[in-house]
Design a protein around this ligand. Structure first.
Ligand code: TCR
Length: 482
């Protein structure tokens, strides 16, 4: 941070850092948190945005649960910071906005609270359509498009390939349920039939997952549309692989389309050929170096960094009280493998981040990360407009109405993307259509095969070249029928 700033203001980031499926520590979430800090530092270093104000931040772990999200939101608003894992703004800094939470269900909970005070919350991943309802969520806006567009895009895709017999699977949350609902409403109008509609449980239950697997096995539908986060979906995909279900073409929602948790090479015979939608990506300048520049030595009191280091290198940081790879607070999945022992290997501090392959450091598909970046700049630009507003000239008395400026924000990113928030707090919808293929090194690559854009009078979808699509059918070239 630059010093000698007249005023320090404060934003909060809500995100899920700790969860219990597979890897306990959420490396992708840690990347988002670091991207937020990177963006804040950029704002603070720039002379053209907020020259006399320093942005500070708090980070709260939602643990992917509503209760922790509500607790974090209240802690931030009231200044009772016990549940804060690390960074703090200097005492008394004015609170500006909340950035987050991750999933829509959590954001709905949090923005109902901040909405009472008309206090801004800017979502970077919460795409559920209900959040556009300004009666319910008056102070919410976002840098990810409303999912209604994605549901229409999926319907359009299904029609494009002439499929008429479709299975659907939804996560048991607002994202999954609303996403699939809107998709169904739309395809049913065109006479397409739904073969089955299944839900993946939030709390891990092998029994319920096996019931979904059974439904898939019994159905003749070869096309399956899945609206779910990768974390919820992963136990189902594990069982799909166990049961050796092949010959299906999966249609992926944005939350799992490029997820390393699902796109594993060993799943390729089941999931190869998956087609899905990704939000616009952006290669954030300087982010890779900033991600590499993390070390517990430089963050003595920063639990997140220590937990990251311990988990990444499978060691225990000397003299730290940060639990290794463990979350004792809540058992989200109900799985018994929840609590891992502390590693008896001590970290030396000489471990090299460059040597490991880790989702945290993977900057090849920065989509939600880019949205986090845009969320920070949305807040910064709105504050800046408020700051440069001449008293008597604006629609509101000076410094009284950040929401007004947020809703009228308009700026271009390093990528020349124009970010513009509309009256519902929404942004323009544009998606890459992505197909899963195997590359020479045996890894899954995400090949862009087309685009889908919202336009003034409807939408446009382009599939560049049908021959460039990999299909998971016996000939690997012909399109599946369903
Ligand atoms: N909207 C989801 C959450 C989500 C997400 C993601 C989580 C989206 N994309 C990528 C992890 C990674 C899209 C929701 O709940 O609104």
């Amino acid at each position: 941070f630059r010093e000698n700033h007249a005023l320090t203001t404060c934003v909060a980031l809500l995100l899920g850092m700790t969860q219990e499926v597979h890897s306990m520590f959420n490396f992708r979430g840690f990347r988002w948190a670091r991207a937020m800090i990177h963006a804040i530092q950029e704002v603070n270093n720039r002379l053209d945005i907020l020259p006399n104000i320093t942005l500070g931040y708090h980070i709260y772990d939602t643990c992917f649960t509503t209760s922790k999200t509500v607790e974090g939101t209240l802690a931030y608003l009231t200044g009772q910071n016990e549940t804060m894992p690390n960074f703090r703004c200097s005492a008394g800094a004015p609170l500006v906005a909340v950035i987050g939470a991750g999933g829509s269900t959590l954001t709905i909970a949090s923005s109902r609270i901040v909405g009472l005070y008309y206090f801004p919350e800017v979502g970077y991943a919460s795409s559920c359509s209900v959040l556009s309802d300004k009666y319910q969520f008056p102070s919410f806006l976002r840098t990810i498009p409303n999912d209604n567009h994605q549901s229409l895009a999926m319907a359009e895709l299904v029609r494009h390939f002439g499929w008429v017999w479709i299975g659907t699977i939804a996560a048991d949350d607002d994202y999954g349920k609303y996403g699939i609902k809107y998709f169904k409403q739309n395809v049913e109008k065109s006479g397409i039939c739904i073969a089955f509609s299944e839900t993946i449980p939030k709390i891990f239950s092998r029994e319920k997952i096996l019931a979904v697997v059974e439904a898939i096995k019994e159905s003749t539908a070869n096309i399956i549309v899945v609206y779910s986060s990768d974390i919820d979906l992963s136990p189902l995909m594990e069982e799909i692989a166990n049961s050796n279900i092949t010959g299906k073409t999966w249609i992926a929602s944005e939350a799992w389309v490029t997820s390393a948790l699902i796109a594993k090479p060993e799943y390729f015979s089941f999931l190869g050929g998956t087609i899905g939608f990704g939000v616009r990506r952006g290669d954030i300048p300087g982010l890779k170096d900033f991600l590499l520049d993390v070390h517990p030595d430089n963050a003595a009191s920063d639990d997140l960094t220590i937990e990251f280091w311990q988990t990444a290198f499978n060691c225990t940081w000397p003299n730290s009280t940060v639990p290794y790879n463990t979350d004792f607070r809540i058992n989200v999945t109900g799985r018994e493998s929840g609590v891992h022992p502390v590693s008896d290997q001590l970290c030396t501090g000489k471990e090299k981040l460059e040597d490991i392959k880790n989702t945290y450091l993977d900057v090849s598909e920065l989509r939600i990360t880019y949205n986090v970046y845009k969320a920070v700049f949305t807040v910064a630009h709105a504050l800046n407009n408020l700051d440069t507003c001449v008293e008597g000239n604006g629609p509101f008395p000076k410094n009284s109405c950040l929401m007004y400026y947020l809703k009228n924000v308009k700026f271009t990113t390093f990528d020349n993307e124009l970010v513009k928030i509309d009256d519902n707090g929404d942004v323009y919808a544009s998606y890459d259509i992505i197909n899963w293929q195997l590359n020479e090194t045996g890894e899954i690559s995400f090949v862009k095969i087309g685009i889908y854009n919202d336009t003034k009078d409807g939408h446009e979808m382009k599939i560049y070249n049908n021959d460039s699509i990999f299909w998971n059918t016996p000939t690997l070239k012909s399109m599946p029928k369903s």
